[in-house]
Design a protein around this ligand. Structure first.
Ligand code: HEM
Length: 435
């Protein structure tokens, strides 16, 4: 028994797990915790006692119990900066906002965004083919920002608004790093972020008016404006939702796309197979959104979600007592789940720490066992778009060459805000002749 590890008693507190080494290897610590204690245990996270829920069974139980018992735990800073954004809403207002946002984020809306996304990714891939990238993840963050601005706001990279958006968005993101409580009011970054938020809201209003005028379907904006036209106040204003979508899309999608390329760089034969699919996309871009198409690229996407889930933890707070894993959890308790807590179960994913996309091709593993996009009441609304963005990046890159990491794969990794290399990751494209 390490430190304060206690044996679980039926109905009593979940067992305690010492969080030694959590900062260096959080997934290892969570994995060990679930191995020793099962789906539910207690552990300090950022110095606060937290009930951790994981494993396939544990997450299923958590999501089933979520409505009415648990709410997303957001700091006063997040409430303040994001206002009535989706992840700050509860109850009917939350459901109403999700329903309205989904109209432009579901799979059905995606075909309209394909060529706009390719127009953003193709020139960047061409640049990488010529010059390489000195820091792949940093450049991927910029690319993800540009893709999101294009699809969510209709802002193309060559427009003056693109630079205005990028700089104000960075200022706003900077404010999310201010102290979470009242100490934020004493920081310059908080006030700079608030001012940037006002300017971004003005930009959204201007772009919304333009989107309605041209009624273009290659961005979500006109559809979103229509969807929120008659929305009740409880569903929150569209401007708050737009900022939340842009934030939710940024680090996560940059992380996923980065690790997809890292995976491809390590397996040349796999990259060749994927490149053949990318060539087919050049001739027929709709393949990017066709069900059943591009099996190799989609297996890379699935295996990357499994092995490199972007999000480490999602936080909740119980608003009334709830039973999880046979333990009564009192109201006001901090609860967290890790989207990837079931991704390393050797019974479901043999050799769980190896990058083996083929497991999804051969039907040995199923995407339905992946929780990278969360689940339950707050499951990711942007999953179809995020997957389309990652596929688009991969195809544009593979059409220019086979990914390479001249200085080797990342060795030091951070897990928050999303999983990413700590050090600059150099990246190049090997332009071997097409077979
Ligand atoms: C690889 C990329 C992405 C990953 C891994 C990801 C993952 C997640 C996860 C795990 C959650 C649940 C959080 C929780 O349980 O508290 C979530 C929620 C959310 N995501 Fe994503 N996400 C991605 C991309 C996107 C994109 C592109 C968008 C929008 C365009 C988006 C919009 C949202 C929103 C609005 C929520 C909050 C839903 C709610 O509170 O009801 N995400 N995402």
């Amino acid at each position: 028994m390490s430190d304060r590890t206690v044996t679980s008693t039926a109905g009593g507190l979940p067992p305690w797990h010492a969080a030694h080494g959590f900062d260096a290897d959080p997934l290892g610590v969570l994995d060990e915790g679930h191995h020793r204690h099962g789906p539910v245990f207690r552990m300090p996270v950022d110095g606060v006692e937290t009930v951790l829920v994981g494993t396939w069974e544990g997450l299923g139980e958590l999501f089933a119990a979520e409505r009415g018992h648990l709410e997303v735990l957001n700091t006063p800073l997040v409430h303040d900066l994001f206002g009535h954004a989706l992840f700050n809403l509860t109850g009917d207002g939350h459901g109403e906002a999700r329903r309205r946002l989904r109209t432009t984020l579901s799979g059905r809306a995606l075909p309209g965004y394909v060529s706009a996304l390719l127009e953003v990714t193709a020139p960047v891939a061409a640049w990488w083919a010529q010059h390489g990238a000195r820091d792949l993840h940093r450049e991927m963050r910029e690319l993800t920002g540009a893709m999101s601005a294009r699809v969510l706001l209709g802002v193309a990279p060559e427009e003056a608004d693109a630079a205005v958006f990028a700089s104000d968005f960075e200022r706003f993101v900077g404010a999310t790093g201010a102290p979470p409580g009242p100490a934020r009011f004493a920081t310059a970054r908080y006030w700079a972020g608030r001012a940037a938020r006002r300017r971004l809201h003005d930009l959204f209003a201007r772009r919304a008016a333009e989107a309605i005028r041209v009624a273009s379907a290659d961005s979500a904006l006109a559809g979103l404006v229509a969807a929120f036209d008659d929305a009740p106040a409880a569903a929150g204003p569209l401007a708050d939702h737009l900022l939340a979508l842009l934030i939710a899309a940024r680090e996560t999608t940059a992380s996923l796309a980065t690790w997809c390329l890292v995976g491809l760089a390590g397996y040349r034969e796999l990259a060749r197979l994927a490149a053949a699919e990318a060539r087919a996309v050049s001739a027929e871009p709709e393949l990017l959104v066709r069900r059943g198409a591009l099996p190799v690229l989609k297996s890379v996407l699935a295996e990357t979600q499994r092995l490199h889930s972007p999000n480490l933890l999602s936080m909740r707070e119980t608003v009334c007592p709830v039973t999880l894993g046979g333990h009564r959890i009192e109201a006001g308790t901090r609860v967290a789940y890790s989207p990837s807590a079931g991704h390393f179960d050797p019974k479901v994913f043999p050799q769980p720490h190896a990058f083996r996309p083929g497991r999804f091709l051969a039907g040995q593993a199923h995407r339905s066992r992946l929780w990278a996009f969360g689940g339950g009441a707050h499951a990711c609304l942007g999953r179809p778009l995020a997957e389309l963005m990652a596929l688009t990046v991969m195809t544009s890159v593979l059409n220019r060459g086979l990914p390479q990491l001249p200085d080797g794969p990342p060795t030091r990794i951070r897990h928050r805000p999303a999983k990413a290399p700590i050090d600059p990751l150099s990246f190049a494209l090997d332009q071997e002749p097409a077979s």
